[in-house]
Design a protein around this ligand. Structure first.
Ligand code: C5P
Length: 225
């Protein structure tokens, strides 16, 4: 059994991949399964936290027991939901794979096949929700980001992670190496947990639940001052 050491904490977790609509039936998406975010939510609830899970598109995952789940589609919807729940959260975790870009135009009707060449899809930038949440952080609130990096070696991945932690301004950053069957669409995960204070903890290869537990071990120590 897990310790009930998260009682009294409200944690907000985002998970899954956003879908940016092109027309009523098509979207731009990504391969996030949502498994790591769901594991963070499930483990936090098992440890006694009140948990709100904002879930974009995921694999067919069972909603974690005792967790309030809000489903969203696009980055814009995820952004609204996270700003809302963050107002009342002690810890905010952005584990979702948020699209960096969305189509400029949303066709009202299904885009028709035609004999002429298709128009190029014009894209515009989505706001960085993590950076916004850091900017809106209330006193004592802890903000955790994720970084999925492909690198030629572990040195690269860590360096990218350190730079991203500074750029985003969050308190913690979970860095995962992705590609070659790592992290996305698989059951296991591994990486590093980087702290804005400079502490760096290896997260050994294991289940996403184990990684979630290791992340909470570190994060709750800071959220209680
Ligand atoms: O810059 P990058 O997308 O690699 O950063 C990943 C982190 O930023 C994740 O925590 C992700 O949830 C968050 N993110 C965000 N809004 C975006 C893009 C990423 O909150 N538009």
């Amino acid at each position: 059994a897990l310790p009930r050491d998260m009682e009294g904490l409200h944690v907000a977790v985002s998970a899954g991949g956003t879908r940016e609509p092109l027309d009523p039936v098509r979207f731009l998406g990504n391969r996030s399964s949502g498994r790591q975010g769901f594991a963070l939510a499930r483990v936090a609830a098992q440890r006694g936290a009140r948990v709100t899970l904002v879930a974009a598109h995921t694999a067919d995952l069972a909603p974690p027991a005792g967790v309030e789940v809000e489903r969203v589609g696009s980055a814009a919807e995820l952004r609204d939901a996270m700003h809302w729940v963050a107002k009342d959260a002690d810890v905010v975790v952005m584990a979702a794979a948020v699209a960096d870009f969305r189509p400029v135009d949303l066709a009202e009707h299904k885009i028709k096949k035609s004999d002429r060449d298709p128009d190029p899809v014009r894209l515009t930038r989505n706001p960085d929700i993590l950076v916004e949440l850091v900017g809106a952080r209330r006193a004592g609130q802890v903000v955790v980001g994720f970084a999925a990096e492909t690198g030629d070696g572990q040195g690269d991945v860590l360096d990218y992670g350190r730079a991203k932690l500074r750029r985003k301004g969050c308190d913690w950053l979970v860095v995962n190496a992705v590609g070659d069957g790592k992290a996305f669409e698989v059951e296991d995960n591994a990486g590093w947990l980087l702290s804005a204070t400079g502490a760096e903890t290896a997260l050994p290869h294991g289940s996403k639940a184990r990684l979630a537990s290791a992340v909470w071990d570190s994060v709750i120590r800071t959220s209680r001052g």
